[in-house]
Ligand binder design. Structure first.
Ligand code: GDP
Ligand code: MG
Length: 220
């Protein structure tokens, strides 16, 4: 859409983080293309995929970023987090070590996000409605076709909509982390929580759409 209707468009950047092989790339390909790859390689991956959904009659686009294997080297670059307003922190319910890493990923998200915020490139631009409202910055893209709304998360990371995702719930027989433990960790860190399976599609759409809806609710 080019905005002829005068309607607003929304574009939200969401990042997926978590240990290697927890299913990040497959969650994204399942959501964006309804595809699953049993032999996916960490080195193969796209930077991001864009998926739209309608909320309140508006088109809301999520630009969802995948690490493309960077996490193997414990060095997801700061650029990855730039401008993100949502995050899925993923572990594998059949591998406890990936659950134990969640705290580290939350710390990384917090520190890198806050670090980058001060350098967020759009913030000093003036555009349609470009003023902080409740910590929210509206940024006009200049061409008038799109209004990007993003957060001004100066004070805390709570303005990044975060969801803890226990993936591979189809692997019930070799489960290593209980649903209760997942829920408890999510509560402790004030995160949404869902168990998913990129393999059989359980809750994948639900998880992404809940995060997108939460971001939308926060900015509108
Ligand atoms: P990433 O490194 O976090 O991006 O993980 P991938 O998406 O590459 O997945 C790693 C491996 O786990 C691959 O062999 C996938 O096929 C497999 N996998 C991903 N999601 C699921 C799932 O929901 N269930 C099962 N059983 N396997 C999965
Ligand atoms: Mg991957």
């Amino acid at each position: 859409s080019d905005g002829d209707s005068g309607g607003e468009e929304y574009l939200f950047k969401i990042v997926i983080i978590g240990d290697s092989a927890v299913g990040k790339s497959n969650l994204l390909s399942r959501y964006a293309r309804n595809e699953f790859n049993p032999h996916s390689k960490a080195t193969i991956g796209v930077e991001f995929q864009t998926q739209s959904m309608g909320i309140d009659g508006k088109e809301v686009k999520a630009q969802i970023w995948d690490t493309a294997g960077q996490e193997r080297f414990r060095a997801v670059t700061s650029a990855y987090y730039r401008g993100a307003v949502g995050a899925l922190i993923v572990y594998d319910i059949s591998r406890r070590t990936t659950f134990d890493s969640v705290g580290r990923w939350l710390d990384e998200l917090k520190s890198k996000f806050l670090l980058l915020f001060s350098r967020y490139p759009f913030l000093n631009r003036t555009g349609r409605g470009n003023r902080p409202v409740n910590g929210i910055e509206l940024v006009g893209l200049g061409t008038g076709f799109c209004l990007l709304k993003t957060f001004c998360a100066v004070h805390s990371d709570t303005t990044v909509a975060r969801m803890l995702v226990g993936n591979k719930c189809d692997l019930e027989t070799i489960r290593d982390v209980s649903v209760e433990e997942g829920k408890a960790l999510a509560e402790e860190h004030d995160l949404f929580f869902m168990e998913t399976s990129a393999l059989d599609s359980t809750n994948v759409k639900k998880a992404f759409e809940l995060v997108i809806r939460e971001i939308y609710n926060n900015v509108s």
